[in-house]
Ligand binder design. Structure first.
Ligand code: URP
Ligand code: ZN
Ligand code: ZN
Ligand code: ZN
Length: 467
């Protein structure tokens, strides 16, 4: 049976265009767009009409960095795939790419199967996976080729967390050589974890145990050093590189220098680095623990370099690195020892809104908003133009966005399964009104109408930014 919906009268914004247009959806896909009021658009009839007059019509957000139900230090991130994807939908994100984790001594396949078991039949929106490599060996390298064939086309390694996720330079080089040959994309957590662990030990021994010391030991220079090293290793291997959660001005400079050499090097940052700072890590009564993540929040001065990087395209993507832990019972595990605070912050719900606020604040244009949050994440991870845009043939993942609505971010109103907001009290202009996922309404004028299990697993192609 045919199911047709027309979205009428909105300002359709993609990474490349802004036009007053109507959008025709049939069977979960966009079939046409035409100027509002044109005879073509007037001729469409459909069972459902959504009036988007005065609103923006934008592609659903693509968040390429989430951690649902992720183990860390004996606990698990507080959003599972059901609660996390529902919160994402509330915030106008219609695709997530989560990280399946290889356990040391075990196969990639085992980790991937575990992630499917967590996610399948639970998601409100579509989802895909990257693979975290925790144990690069001959078996791992062979499996990487298989995974690329199956649509897991990106692999994250860690230069941080010795003894847990850490890969040494030799393992990194071998994995990069593999992605150079199989077409995959290497993603890097670029912090010098060996040096950081020395500073952690020294800080704790000196009684510097508060959350703010998490930021002090994870030095910007050690992010920059690791970023530089990752770039050189990728160059030697002939592999493209995507550096995750970039927070330090000095790391942006390394990416910019590499891109000036025309190397296939990319970077993402996250809203927490754009809007928050070490001031938050210093909040009293252990409140700083809410802001412990890695890379850490930086002094406010770093923000200008991140915004500039987003404008100059030295940074191409804004993801959330959504990895929520409740303050009570989870963040509290690190009272008296900041190194035991689970690393990660909630944010999957707020990325589209915070970046819309950045448009109003003059940091980025409206089209750049969509490019950073929708189009480039989709291209980077092989999902375009199915995701990330609104062209005939694209999935009908559509957000009706009210650019004038006023909202205040708060734990009292958010939908993430976590007991605090990192942005408590922040005023935002703009709000998601209605969300379609493959043509189905999952948010209808600020009521959730979706269901767990609507979201489909989405195999990915290769990175589409390499020529
Ligand atoms: O602190 C963070 N970012 N936690 C999530 C894991 C990671 O390194 O991305
Ligand atoms: Zn049909
Ligand atoms: Zn990381
Ligand atoms: Zn992460």
């Amino acid at each position: 049976t045919h199911s047709r919906t027309v979205v009428r009268g909105g300002l359709v914004i993609t990474a490349s265009d802004e036009t007053h247009a109507d959008v025709l959806v049939e069977d979960g896909r966009i079939v046409a767009t035409a100027a509002t009021g044109s005879s073509v658009a007037e001729g469409w009839n459909a069972e459902h009409t959504i009036d988007a007059t005065g609103k923006y019509v934008i592609p659903g957000g693509v968040d390429p960095h989430t951690h649902m139900d992720m183990p860390f230090g004996g606990t698990f991130s507080a959003d599972d795939f059901e609660t996390g994807t529902r919160a994402a939908a509330w915030g106008g994100t219609t695709t997530i790419v989560d990280f399946a984790i290889q356990t040391k001594g075990h196969a990639l396949r085992e980790g991937l199967d575990r992630w499917h078991a967590k996610a399948d039949a639970q998601c409100s929106i579509d989802y895909a996976f990257h693979m975290i490599l925790s144990d690069v060996n001959q078996g791992t390298l062979k499996e990487m080729d298989m995974l690329v064939e199956e649509g897991i086309t990106s692999f994250k390694m860690f230069m941080a967390y010795p003894g847990v996720f850490y890969s040494d330079d030799g393992q990194i080089l071998r994995a990069m050589q593999r992605t150079a040959s199989n077409g995959g994309l290497t993603m890097m957590h670029a912090e010098n974890g060996i040096a950081i662990d020395v500073l952690v030990e020294q800080a704790l021994a000196a009684g510097r145990t508060d959350p703010r010391h998490h930021g002090e030991v994870r030095k910007a220079l050690l992010e920059a050093e690791a970023t530089h090293r990752a770039i050189q290793l990728a160059r030697v291997a002939g592999s493209p590189l995507y550096v995750v959660h970039v927070s330090a001005e000095e790391a942006v400079a390394e990416l910019a220098a590499a891109r000036d050499k025309n190397l296939p090097v990319f970077g993402e940052t996250c809203p927490q680095y754009l809007f928050l700072s070490t001031d938050n890590l210093a909040e009293p009564d252990f409140g700083g623990a809410k802001y412990v993540c890695s890379t850490p929040l930086r002094p406010r001065e770093h923000q200008a370099a991140l915004w500039r990087g987003l404008r100059t395209n030295d940074l191409q993507v804004v993801s959330t690195d959504h990895c929520p832990f409740c303050f009570v019972g989870q963040k509290e595990l690190g009272r008296g020892d900041f190194s035991k605070i689970p690393n990660g912050m909630p944010g999957v719900e707020h990325r589209m809104d915070l970046l819309h606020q950045a448009v109003l604040d003059g940091h980025i244009s409206r089209r750049r908003w969509i490019e950073l949050a929708c189009a480039t994440p989709a291209r980077m991870f092989g999902l375009y133009p199915k995701k990330g845009t609104l062209q005939p043939g694209s999935d009908a993942d559509i957000v009706i966005y009210d650019p004038q609505a006023q909202q205040t971010l708060s734990v009292d109103t958010h939908h993430m399964n976590v007991d605090y907001s990192a942005y408590e009290g922040k005023q935002i202009t703009g709000q998601v009104e209605t969300v379609l996922s493959r043509g189905e309404t999952v948010i209808d004028r600020r009521t959730y109408t979706g269901r767990a299990g609507h979201g489909q697993y989405t195999p990915r192609g290769l990175c589409q930014l390499l020529d």
